[in-house]
Design a protein around this ligand. Structure first.
Ligand code: KG4
Ligand code: ZN
Length: 339
């Protein structure tokens, strides 16, 4: 069978990224230009600034991805691009770039769902992983428990009713003075904190039994901080961070394990920026081992936003015959499984 090389572009939020992926699982190059420093000043991603920086960087990032891969544009079978969900301006930069390159090179375009990309990072990390399996996607914008029935076939079993897990990390980090981006900072300071110091709530929600809610937990942390400062009590940042992080992990692990039992999957994967969290990784490793379920997790570089995962997802779409035309548009609230 002929090798399939895909040039992939990702620009849905604050990373300008490009990669070349061979046959869906082999990463020949993976270039990520992170804009984090630019947005730290504002305490979060500023969409307009992100769009402008993507425009600045995308040519260089794609050229470097092709150079690093030791391939040429003529070797590609398709150009892949994230077309949703995400910030509309940043998405449009990637989509417009991919369309222009497709027009100039005559290569087909494959539009990829960002969350599908996160899930497919697992196919790169483990060359043997095949569906069916269950995947927990935890990122800055999403908290989804997904049934991966087959390549490109997804069913959402549970989702957050309010804040995404990463959003909760970022908001709590800001409240305890750690700054942006909050996830990695909470991860770090929690290592010296006591996760049992403060009892924060583990929310049960009214929708599907596998749905999540993190806004109540965030409010509980804010209330705790307000009450402590009004009573002149000492706030131990490490303990607040560790106790909050433990509450998030308990809910994510609890729901995932219940869903594994209910649906009888033998394989479980995690994905998305929050899947880099060291305590979360350890907790899932143990929970899956106790249950006798095989556990898959991408390395942190493939958990954060990157284009290699988009190239992997596009390969499986390519094999299914999916192609998009020059009328492809950015869809900021694209649903998983929609085309
Ligand atoms: O997947 P991602 O890079 O972008 C989105 O698609 O949203 O996820 C970013 C999110 C941010 O909220 C960030 O704080 C969180 O992932 N994050 C972490 C860690 N590293 C990144 N959260 C907890 N622990 C970490 N080590
Ligand atoms: Zn993401």
């Amino acid at each position: 069978m002929e090798d399939v090389y895909i040039l992939a572009v990702e620009s849905s939020c604050d990373e300008t990224a490009a990669a070349v992926v061979k046959n869906g699982r082999e990463v020949l190059s993976n270039v990520i230009y992170s804009q984090i420093d630019l947005h730290t000043l504002y305490g979060g991603v500023v969409p307009e600034i992100a769009s402008r920086k993507h425009i600045d960087k995308i040519n260089q990032v794609v050229a470097k991805a092709i150079e690093d891969s030791k391939t040429e544009l003529k070797d590609m079978s398709a150009i892949a691009v994230t077309y949703g969900p995400g910030l509309v301006g940043p998405l449009l930069v990637g989509v417009s770039f991919a369309k222009a390159l497709s027009f100039a090179s005559n290569l087909p375009i494959i539009g990829v769902h960002h969350i599908e990309g996160h899930i497919c990072a697992n196919y790169i990390a483990d060359k043997e992983l095949e569906p069916p399996f269950m995947c927990l996607v935890v990122s800055g914008g999403h908290t989804h428990l997904v049934k991966v029935a087959d390549y490109g076939e997804y069913e959402i079993l549970g989702r957050t009713e309010d804040d995404a897990a990463g959003e909760a990390f970022d908001k709590v980090a800001r409240a305890i003075g750690l700054g942006y981006p909050g996830g990695p900072k909470i991860d770090k300071v929690s290592k010296t904190g006591n996760p049992e110091a403060i009892k924060f709530p583990r929310a049960k929600v009214g929708g599907s039994e596998y749905d999540f809610s993190f806004s109540g937990l965030k409010s509980a942390v804010l209330n705790y901080l307000n009450t402590a400062s009004m009573n002149n009590e000492k706030i131990v940042t490490e303990d607040v961070a560790a106790s909050f992080q433990q509450a998030v992990i308990d809910v994510l692990v609890g729901h995932s394990m219940e869903a594994l039992d209910r649906y009888g999957f033998k394989k479980f994967a995690i994905a998305g920026g929050v899947a880099s969290n060291s305590s979360l990784r350890a907790a899932f490793e143990k929970a899956c081992e106790d249950k006798g379920v095989e556990f898959f997790l991408p390395p942190p570089i493939l958990c954060t936003d990157n284009a290699a995962m988009i190239g992997s997802a596009a390969y499986f779409e390519y094999k299914r015959g999916i192609r998009h035309g020059l009328d492809l548009n950015a869809v900021p609230n694209l649903k998983l499984g929609e085309r």
